[in-house]
Design a binder for this molecule. Structure first.
Ligand code: HEC
Length: 90
């Protein structure tokens, strides 16, 4: 018996690298902002995790924030939203 979640488990190490490299290219390597805004916990704590997940999956149209749905599963985007809110990024 396999579920999609088990067939494609969350790889936390790979996602962490992805956030630093891919998100960091716009939001800064420490996520404190660059081309994109500061996305450290103090800047995004007013958002529900579901909102952040949909921003990550669908981007912000009319801005450089791209949709990541082609690259990330919903579970991975939820993981990243949680990771950002917890402030575990270096
Ligand atoms: C090509 C540049 C670029 C990349 C790459 C990028 N972003 Fe963004 N991001 C932006 C911009 C610009 C905004 C601001 C959009 C706006 O004006 O509302 C934004 C907005 C956001 C917001 C909303 C912040 C807020 O306070 O409203 C979040 C959360 C976010 N990005 C997360 C991510 C994550 C996670 C990744 C990696 C999966 C990522 N971004 C990759 C450019 C980028």
């Amino acid at each position: 018996m396999t579920t999609p979640a088990l067939a494609n488990p969350i790889d936390a190490k790979a996602l962490e690298r992805f956030v630093i490299q891919d998100c960091g290219s716009c939001h800064g390597l420490t996520l404190k902002g660059g081309l994109g805004p500061d996305i450290r916990p103090q800047s995004i704590e007013h958002y529900d995790p579901e909102i952040l997940q949909s921003v990550i999956l669908d981007g912000v149209s009319g801005t450089p924030m791209p949709p990541w749905r082609p690259l990330l599963s919903e579970a991975e985007a939820a993981w990243i939203a949680d990771y950002l809110l917890k402030g575990e990024a270096p």
